[in-house]
Design a binder for this molecule. Structure first.
Ligand code: NAG
Ligand code: NAG
Ligand code: NAG
Ligand code: NAG
Ligand code: NAG
Length: 395
């Protein structure tokens, strides 16, 4: 995996490339009613549409990128079906240029945002060649997009404090296929959310799962006011779903999981069993480590002689003992500092006192990345150029 190392070669072409990219006229972002920016990359024409599932308004990418950069394509017809959001039906691909950037403007400097790129290859070019390329937020390396199948959408998400009133999302060609993008979302968060995202470090999402729903429900806006996407995690052979129609109180300023996510949970089918699972770190080595949030809420009204009590182990090391989830109020076990691991395994094991097996409602796992720009090497010249021009063209 590539790290954000300073460039030492090809100073002048790099500068020129950046300046060309940012000289594009910037249309004002058309935020949704809640300051969301939702871009359907590769959508032809000028007008957007309201998405049927989320009711969010998607715009074309025309105002966010140099009009000469990239080529619009539709994905191949065989990959279009009702379960694929409209925003994934078209892509913009970048066969030329080492680095192509979108500029998201009208932001508030110092505020926290969720930024999400969406990538569905869908054999848009007819070559059936799955590309791998890198994403940057400004000059900071974000993640590698590794398209491993034509019909699987890849989501890249970061939570970060934006230092300027605009932010650039850049696709970098790493000679492993042509970079492309299907959609780009920006969602304002509150500054208190995800406290480990701050001025010097951002969070890259590796997993966000909602345990329980057996009907494959994906929860996002409007059920999640921040439009985080909660994918269902079910294990039909070992786990049973628990759910409630009762109100769950979200008593939490730091993560605010949606009520709909907290209203479902899983528990082992056999009372004598425990909950164990591993999550892939997605070959994302992180120098700063990883953080997680595990969400719990008791959904069953337990008789007074019953006890649900368990220990939480991360990679077989006890992290939290004798835990009992509160009834119809959300609770979260989370990292206050990043941890370093090579694998990520969760065990929720009932204590000997417990009469009931463990439950879990949701989980998030992030890698922490640095966002500081340090030093005064040649790349900083280019950074200043791109920021100055972006600001200038926005005003
Ligand atoms: C939204 O739903 C309506 C009615 O079901 C349909 O006619 C329209 O094509 C849909 N729009 C999009 C963008 O999918
Ligand atoms: C993609 O499909 C739409 C109709 O669904 C069409 O208007 C548009 O021209 C197509 N784009 C390309 C690049 O072929
Ligand atoms: C891309 O994904 C494939 C399949 O998951 C994996 O084998 C390969 O190592 C990955 N490549 C990179 C560069 O991460
Ligand atoms: C961001 O958080 C990290 C880890 O908690 C901390 O070391 C760093 O000083 C923080 N940065 C700022 C600007 O607060
Ligand atoms: C948790 O319970 C499982 C059996 O359900 C057991 O295999 C595992 O060793 C236990 N983990 C710890 C850390 O005790």
């Amino acid at each position: 995996m590539e790290q954000p190392t300073p460039r030492t070669t090809a100073v002048v072409p790099w500068l020129l490339l950046l300046c060309l990219v940012c000289r594009a006229p910037q249309a004002r972002a058309q935020p949704d009613h809640n300051d969301f920016i939702s871009i359907d990359c590769g959508l032809p024409g000028e007008t957007g549409y309201r998405d049927n599932t989320t009711s969010l308004y998607y715009t074309t990418d025309a105002g966010f990128i140099d009009t000469n950069a990239g080529i619009n394509h539709n994905i191949s017809a065989q990959y279009i079906n009702p379960s694929i959001p409209t925003s994934l039906h078209s892509v913009r691909s970048f066969p030329s240029g080492e680095r192509n950037c979108y500029t998201l403007g009208s932001l508030v400097s110092g505020f926290k945002y969720l930024i999400r790129g969406q990538f569905l290859y869908g054999n848009y070019d007819g070559f059936n060649r799955l590309p791998i390329f890198d994403l940057y937020i400004g000059v900071n390396f974000w993640t590698t997009v590794n398209i491993s199948s034509s019909d699987a959408a890849v989501y890249a998400e970061a939570i970060m404090v934006v230092p300027e009133d605009s932010v650039q999302v850049c696709l970098k060609n790493t000679d492993r296929g042509v970079p492309f993008i299907s959609g780009l979302d920006l969602r304002p968060l509150t500054i208190k959310l995800y406290p480990l995202a701050n001025e010097t470090q951002a969070l890259v999402l590796l997993h966000r799962f909602n345990f329980g729903p057996t009907d494959e429900t994906i929860i996002r806006y409007p059920y999640d006011p921040y439009d985080r996407i909660w994918f269902p995690f079910v294990d039909m052979t070992d786990w049973a779903e628990i759910k409630t129609g009762e109100k769950v109180k979200i008593d939490d300023e730091l993560f605010q999981p949606p009520e709909a996510v907290m209203q479902t949970a899983v528990t082992p089918q056999l009372v004598s069993k425990n909950i164990e699972f591993t999550l892939d770190l997605q070959s994302f080595p992180s120098d700063l480590g990883y953080i997680h949030m595990l969400y719990f809420c008791e959904l069953e009204h337990l008789p007074t002689n019953a006890l649900r009590e368990y220990n939480f182990y991360r990679n077989d090391v006890l992290r939290h003992s004798n835990y009992t989830p509160p009834y119809l109020v959300n609770d979260c076990i989370y990292s206050s500092e990043p941890f370093q691991v090579d694998q990520y395994k969760v065990s929720l094991n009932a204590t000997t006192m417990s009469t009931l097996p463990p439950i879990i409602n949701a989980i998030e796992l992030f890698a922490v990345i640095p966002t500081t720009i340090q030093g005064t090497d040649t790349q900083d010249g280019a950074i200043i150029c791109i920021h100055e021009l972006a600001r200038w063209s926005l005003s």
